[in-house]
Design a protein around this ligand. Structure first.
Ligand code: AKB
Length: 314
């Protein structure tokens, strides 16, 4: 069993819930410290309530458990961020600075920072968006992710802190619900379909976005963190792709299982955000450096989502 002690912030969120379980399997339940802003009374393992804007509170947990790795997932996402731009900037940056500084000062060896396709905006090729494209985001969330990517590189170069990062596409999973993102429709739609209800989509039918299935994104995250240090050539954040689709294509995939399922379209403020993002991603650096390869397609993801949601809600 490895000697790592892992701290996860945002452990009760969409990704945190699943990543925590995977890391418990890999490193042993006692070696994973899950934290979140709110208590989690049903949690199996070690859970600490933590406000990651509080430097001393993070430091206390890092020292108490002799933490060696941190996965910093706590953040306000793209759509919610636009409702409260200044506090989103404050929260996203303060929490990350706290993680970087506590790590630098108290012997944390590795940090994972989730970036996002939200770092892209104007002046990009929206098809197969390249790793080195312009980073002129349209949201405060995206701005905070671009800044976070650059701070990751700075802490690596200046202090040798091994910060690693992926630009996450929209994540789809049956285990948990997303909160406040622009890609959330791709999870919500399944919850309606399995209840034999129709869905009103907040993006237009032709809005193509990069997405990824939960199993793939968790594997990518852990593979990146496990990769030999010398393999990591990108110290800002890696482009990562699963598959791309639009709501009409996802509806068709769901209709193969639920032929009567119908979607109506009522685009809201999130449409503008989605229109500024890539349609597909060139992830050749991740493939080359740490052998990234997605397993799921839109059809295999759809079947797996429906099967698992049916079990979960039966
Ligand atoms: C969001 O929609 O804000 C997130 C993301 C793509 O980072 N899912």
């Amino acid at each position: 069993m490895s000697q790592n002690t892992i701290l996860i912030t945002g452990a009760s969120g969409q990704l945190g819930t699943v990543l925590t379980e995977k890391l418990q399997e890999k490193h042993g339940v006692v070696n994973v410290i899950a934290t979140d802003l709110r208590d989690n009374p049903n949690f199996v393992g070690t859970f600490e309530k933590l406000d990651a804007t509080d430097f001393d509170a993070i430091k206390e947990i890092v020292l108490k458990y002799k933490v060696t790795q941190i996965y910093h997932l706590a953040a306000i996402l793209s759509a919610n961020g636009e409702k409260y731009p200044l506090s989103t900037w404050d929260i996203n940056m303060k929490t990350f600075f706290n993680i970087l500084e506590v790590s630098r000062l108290h012997n944390v060896e590795k940090v994972f920072f989730p970036s996002s396709i939200a770092v892209f905006g104007d002046n990009i090729d929206r098809i197969d968006t390249a790793q080195s494209s312009n980073l002129t985001p349209s949201t405060v969330y995206g701005i905070s992710k671009v800044a976070g990517e650059n701070w990751s590189k700075y802490y690596f170069e200046k202090y040798g802190l091994d910060v690693r990062s992926i630009r996450y596409p929209g994540v789809i999973g049956y285990q948990s619900l997303p909160g406040g993102g622009t890609t959330d429709y791709a999870v919500e739609i399944f919850h309606k379909a399995i209840k034999n209800e129709n869905y009103e989509c907040f993006l237009s039918n032709s809005t193509t976005l990069p997405m990824i299935y939960m199993e793939d994104v968790i594997r990518a995250t852990i593979d990146l963190m496990d990769a030999p240090k010398k393999a990591i050539t990108i110290r800002t954040s890696y482009n990562l792709a699963g598959f791309s689709f639009n709501p009409a294509q996802l509806t068709k995939a769901i209709q193969k299982v639920y032929p009567d399922f119908q979607v109506t379209y009522n685009p809201d403020f999130r449409q503008k955000i989605a229109d500024s993002w890539p349609m597909s991603i060139d992830d050749s650096d991740a493939r080359k450096d740490w052998n990234w390869e997605p397993k799921y397609t839109i059809d295999s993801m759809t079947i797996d989502m429906i099967e698992n949601l049916k079990i979960k809600f039966s």
